[in-house]
Structures are given as structure tokens and as C-alpha cells.
Design a protein around this ligand. Sequence first.
Ligand code: URA
Length: 242
Amino acid sequence: MRLDRFLIHNANISSQECLALIKAARVHVSGRLAESVAQLLEEGDTVSLDGQPLQSKAFSYFVINKPAGVVSARADKTHSTVLDFIKAGNFVGELPEFEAVNIGKLQIVGRLDIDTTGLLLLTDDGEWNYRLTAPEHHCVKTYRVQLNSELADGLVEKFAKGFLLPGEQSITLPAKLKQVAPKEVLLSISEGRYHQIKRMFKASKNRVVGLHRESIADLDLIKDLSPGQFRFLSAEEVAKLG
Ligand code: URA
């Protein structure tokens, strides 16, 4: 792990503060003056700040069943945010060491639009977040989509092949479309372009009237959560996802 990542998480500081502390020679790694923010920690290394050893804290991983009308952001002037549900303790199941969770450091893993419902992940582990959302990771997300008009012929093949969305330079990655009712489909995509699903159907002369994320990497993590409820992910789920 990089030294800055360790310090940000365990000393609860920003990346700027981290840089300043290292420059001011206030950080030591296993007794030696820290070299840079990018210094890699080896197994068994100890890190101290102003001579005080820092304990290594566990990261937190949550899943929430996002209700409609709630924004995927840390703060918002007009709407409630997914973090409000976590602050309110709206959880189910086991919450190991909830007091130790640093809510101020939680990041949202791949946003959903305000009117989209369903599976949303949160974590304070920046590397895990990056791995899950990086385009090269191709993490598959499956959505249940309600459409304004019946599914047109040829769309399964069009989405599977990929096509150019208006204003974009590259075609969409192969997407799997499965019709479950005349105006309802399951769509699996492995990228996360801006308003991607709404734009894919708009470009195909249809309109999304309901969007719900059901699963991620084939894991249906919210089957026991009602809208607005969240839970900790198990270590096994965390490992499978990222
Ligand atoms: N695609 C969209 O258009 N909106 C979402 O919230 C997620 C995927």
C-alpha cells in the first residue's frame, strides 16, 4: 500500500495534509524518515506520525438499496443523499464496529441518476473503488429497465454489437439485452458512461421510464434490503467484486 493511502485512512487527513506532513519530516516508516507520498509500505512496516505509531484500521464496504429522489452524492443543497441513510443508521444485519466507520471519508462507487433505484456501493477504500469503476475492469452491472414503447426488432443484436452514441468517439461495449415483457428488459453493461442506458434507448427511438440496478458482477446484493436500507458487505463479497 502507498504511504499516502495509509495516512489518509489511518490518520484521517487529506492528501494535501499528507504531503505537508511528509515534507515537514513528521512521518517515519519503520523508524526511518518517510521519503515521499508514493513510498510503498512493505508487510510488517510501522508508520508513525510525530513519533506516535498509527494503527491500521479496516476499510468499510456498504451496499444500499437506493430509493428514487435521492442523489448519489456526499452532499446536496436540495435533495437527500445516500449518505443521509447511512448517517441515520438505516441498516440491516450485522454492523461490525459501526462507530469506527469514518462516514466523512466514504466514497460512492459508480453513481446512479436521481430517479434510478437499486444497488449502490460505498466504501472508504479508494483503490477498491478505482478497481470497480475503471473502464478496463469491465465490471458487469445489470439493470431492469421499463420502457415507454415496446422493444423494437433488432435491438438485442444492436446492443450486443455496440454502436456510436451521439457526441461520442467510441462505440459502446457489447451489452446483453433480455426482454422480459413487451416494455420491460434486463440490460447488462460493463461500462459506465454518462446517463448511458437512457442515452442508448433514446438513440434507439425509445425512452427509459424506470431504471433499477439489480446486480453487479452477478451478485444480487440488495435482495434483502428495502429502499433506503443498507448493510455491510461480507469479506467474500468484497473480494468477489474487486
Ligand atoms: N444509466 C443511466 O442512464 N442512468 C443510471 O443511473 C445508470 C445507468
